[in-house]
Design a protein around this ligand. Structure first.
Ligand code: MG
Length: 260
């Protein structure tokens, strides 16, 4: 069921969005060559406790998960791209890091992800990251009243295909509200002008993610981490966006912190 939020409810979601933005900006800033993924998760947990927020991940146990996630942060490294379960690993020079974080504040959820390289970047990794960021910008620009879900999907796909990447539509954007995952599903590819009409009050997480040379994923033995079937690297960019009569509001925007 698709739920629409009142303007007052969208205002009430802003603290969650700001908190998630701050945590991701902080973690990115603190992540260096040598940083251990378990210490990143512990740091995120500390920030959650300090803010009185609630993790959306730690008890998360969907039908496809082997057991509850047990951590508060997804850390997907190099050829891992989604749902990366933090493990005992110290980041190496040139690693491509994707962090995905969702938490609720005052009973409202925000969900966001970013990708970056620690140490010396490869040009192809920077191009991949740039493409998911541009696809997210295009998705946000299409998240306006009068458009349909397909317009968002199509705008993401155009950016991906323009850069030569394939798209996997098994995992994509979703409604966000009192819980992390709601209707509608927002695929990362689709037909313009099709699907659910975008109405004021719809709040969705938009999340383009691409792999460099494949659209096929495999699941790690941990039951969670999704990585490319061919070892090529992945990137993931996500924001929680409220569609309003005045245009899209990016609730997890980090620009108020002076960072992108
Ligand atoms: Mg997310």
């Amino acid at each position: 069921m698709i739920e629409l939020r009142t303007p007052a409810e969208i205002e009430a979601m802003r603290p969650a969005g700001r908190f998630v933005a701050e945590v991701l900006a902080t973690l990115r800033d603190e992540t260096k060559v040598g940083t251990n993924l378990l210490s990143l998760d512990r740091r995120a947990h500390e920030l959650i406790r300090r803010a009185g927020a609630v993790s959306c991940y730690i008890d998360y146990h969907p039908s496809f998960g082997a057991s509850p996630f047990g951590k508060v942060l997804c850390t997907s490294i190099n050829d891992a791209v989604l749902h990366g379960l933090p493990f005992d690993y110290a980041l190496r020079d040139g690693d491509l890091v994707s962090l995905d974080f969702a938490a609720s504040v005052d009973g409202w959820v925000a969900d966001s992800a970013l990708s970056f390289v620690v140490g010396t970047p490869r040009d192809e990794d920077l191009a991949l990251i740039d493409t998911t960021e541009r696809a997210l910008d295009a998705a946000i620009a299409a998240a306006v009243v009068g458009n349909r879900i397909g317009d968002i999907s199509h705008s993401i796909a155009q950016v991906a295909h323009g850069a030569g990447y394939e798209i996997n539509t098994d995992f994509g954007g979703h409604g966000v509200g009192r819980v992390m995952h709601g209707d509608p599903h927002v695929p990362n590819d689709g037909k313009a002008g099709r699907g659910y009409p975008l109405r004021a009050g719809l709040v969705v997480a938009l999340e383009p993610w691409f792999l460099a040379t494949t659209d096929e994923l495999v699941t790690d033995p941990d039951g969670w981490t999704l990585r490319s079937v061919d070892g090529s690297r992945g990137s993931h960019s996500e924001h929680t966006v409220a569609i309003t009569d005045a245009g899209p509001i990016v609730l997890t925007d980090r620009s108020f912190l002076g960072v992108d």
